[in-house]
Write a protein that binds this ligand. Structure first.
Ligand SMILES: *Cc1c(COP(=O)(O)O)cnc(C)c1O
Length: 395
């Protein structure tokens, strides 16, 4: 065996996204002890940067030392006790995963189903809340990465709050890409991931808990069944004041997270959202000019995750394999009900660039044309360039 040298890729799938060179450089700085005063000062800055990113004043805001799925689990295991009722909105893979966790908490799940590719229907949630007045938690995915659809988080959190329920919101794919406004939404437990629109290395899950959520955790009758994710224990480590050992934080990954959050603040949240919107519109103009179509209605499309319908007769996996082999471009496959039917083209964080939009359109045209698909040669790139030239500023 020899040292591992990964191939150069352009990551345009559902995450991880391309990591900015400044973030990779931060990762390689010397490791210090996790209780070193210098690292503790960094931890304080990371919490401050996360509050600025989630747009919240929540004191309990920190990065969980584990991937986005652990952020999801942390929210559920701390807020739910055996016998509690949780309303879970499911319009894709990740809502289904929430349901799995609710059941493993010994809680009762009420499922509000919407079609894959549609947003969560507020009327259905409203009806479920009326039918289950004892429900404690409402959970939904803001940006469903499996389908490319975004739900209205402000409305859904508002409905939960009106009925005295706590909301759990998955912002793994939205944070940094589309507006996530935790305090304005009145959301209670919100988690994200490092490797999507934050463009950091995978393996960290930022979380934030409202004072109401903290009160609910403090009022528990039973112990949180997960020792590692028990907030009352983690806070002795990530909280204010003197720190005691809980686990060893992934020190270098926290350097990387700090750098990626700093990059986002330097750009400005609103500028980053506008960049994601612009590059999405350029890609959409190109794909539609080629004769391809989206699986999600325009009003609910995620700019950072484009679900594109695979043309009839085309073997979707073969296209992705060619893109990876010939161009080093990674696209995502469809999951679950959408397997084989869509490609998922990610324009997340540092991957959301004009260069990637044009590269992807050109490569897709070459590959599809080779396979004998009629895709209006040359029109995709021209449409995207016309969009950028018409005021869609480039990056
Ligand atoms: C990626 C993703 C997750 C899981 O994150 P991991 O880091 O892969 O564990 C959860 N929810 C959504 C919406 C995601 O896109």
């Amino acid at each position: 065996m020899t040292s591992f040298h990964p191939p150069q890729r352009t990551l345009m799938g559902p995450g991880p996204s391309d990591v900015h060179p400044r973030v990779l450089e931060a990762l390689s700085r010397p490791t210090v002890g996790h209780l070193d005063p210098a690292f503790q000062a960094l931890m304080a800055e990371v919490k401050e940067l996360l509050r600025a990113t989630f747009l919240t004043k929540n004191a309990l805001t920190f990065p969980t030392s584990a991937p986005g799925s652990a952020g999801m689990e942390a929210c559920f295991v701390n807020l739910l006790e055996p016998g509690d009722t949780a309303i879970v909105c499911r319009n894709g893979v990740f809502g289904g995963r929430m349901l799995e966790i609710v059941e493993r908490c010994g809680a009762r799940a009420v499922v509000v189903d919407d079609a894959w590719g549609d947003p969560v229907d507020p009327q259905k949630l409203s009806d479920a809340l009326a039918a289950h007045p004892a429900a404690k938690v409402v959970a939904f995915v803001h940006a469903e990465t499996s389908t490319g659809a975004q739900s209205d988080a402000a409305v859904l959190c508002g409905l939960a709050r009106e009925r005295g329920c706590l909301s759990i919101v998955d912002t793994v794919t939205s944070l940094g890409g589309t507006p996530v406004e935790v305090d304005a939404w009145g959301a209670d437990a919100v988690y994200s991931g490092s490797q999507k629109c934050l463009s950091c290395v995978p393996g960290i899950a930022p979380v934030t808990f409202s004072p109401r959520a903290v009160a609910a955790v403090e009022g528990r009758r039973t112990k949180v069944q997960s020792w590692f994710l028990d907030l009352s224990l983690v806070m002795a480590y990530w909280g204010e004041g003197s720190r005691s050992y809980h686990h060893t934080a992934p020190v270098n990954a926290i350097y990387a997270l700090h750098e990626s959050l700093l990059l986002l603040q330097e750009e400005g949240l609103e500028a980053a959202w506008a960049r994601h919107a612009r590059n999405h519109r350029a890609l959409a103009a190109g794909l539609e000019a080629m004769g391809l179509s989206f699986a999600v209605a325009p009003a609910h499309r995620l700019p950072q995750l484009n679900a594109v319908t695979v043309p009839a007769g085309v073997e979707e996996a073969a296209v992705r394999a060619r893109l990876l082999h010939d161009f080093g471009i990674e696209l995502g496959a469809g999951l679950g009900a959408m397997a084989g039917k869509i490609w998922r083209i990610g324009l997340m964080g540092h991957s959301s660039r004009r260069r990637n939009v044009l590269l992807c359109l050109a490569a897709l045209e070459v590959v599809l044309r080779d396979m004998g698909v009629d895709i209006h040669g040359g029109q995709g790139l021209a449409a995207a360039e016309a969009f950028y030239a018409g005021g869609g500023q480039s990056f």
